[in-house]
Design a protein around this ligand. Sequence first.
Ligand code: ADE
Ligand code: ZN
Ligand code: ZN
Length: 283
Amino acid sequence: WGDVGHRTVGYLAAKYLSPGAIELYGSLLANDQGFDISDAATWADTIKQKMPWSSPYHYINPVFDDPPNNCNVTWPSDCPEKKGCVVSAIVNYTSIVLDRSSSHIDRKNATMFLLHLIGDLHQPLHVTGYKTGGNDVEPICWNHEPPETGGSCGGRLNLHSVWDTRIPHKLRGLPTSLDNPAEKVAAATWAEDLFARQQRTTAISECDRIDAGAECILGWARESNALVCDAVLARGEDWILSNDLSDEYFEENKHVVDDQIGKAGVRLAAWLNAIAVVAPPDD
Ligand code: ADE
Ligand code: ZN
Ligand code: ZN
């Protein structure tokens, strides 16, 4: 996701945190620079350049999935042992936060990775290797921007960016890019809307077995991966490359984005709460 998606997952999770979790993560994320939980949730994208080893932690590329006909995640074989992937990264950073003998900075960074990676795991294109997670499905037409003005259709807009930012921003009535304060306002509002709807209707299947290896995380990964077949690529790549995706494609898929961001926030909170039960803050 782009920053707005990650910030929304952070703000939504904050609404479900237990008192123990608020205390633990309040102390781990404490800073004098005015950074809030949504800034912590975007941090992992800001350090990719100086910590390039962390790039593979944002996705998993299942070897045998061939969307839209076959979606599949196999574990652990789909996660390169040396480089890692989003599933192993969440498992490993969970153990670091759980380990009260880890240093403060290690537990802080691990918490920031969890806030971000549980979000990315819910972006369907972060759970498929198809054309580098859709990065190589281009050029995409969007908003009927004419090619001659450098618009997306003749330019380099790809399917991955459509799902990371274009669909979320259009869903929330936002411009393509916005500054940090505007992102925070947009994300806080989105989180409020999701929370209000969740209180009225949706029961989201949580999973908080932090002691069960990759069980919960793999379940979330398989759900995201299935959406690549059932939603993202359901119309086929030829159709995607020959239609403006801001029309029917957007209408068909905007609920998928809204639901996935909503699930990510609830599940992130349940996960962080479970960690705080096992590793309560020092007093
Ligand atoms: N790079 C390689 N595969 C990717 C994916 N599935 N998502 C994002 N970036 C990637
Ligand atoms: Zn992405
Ligand atoms: Zn990311």
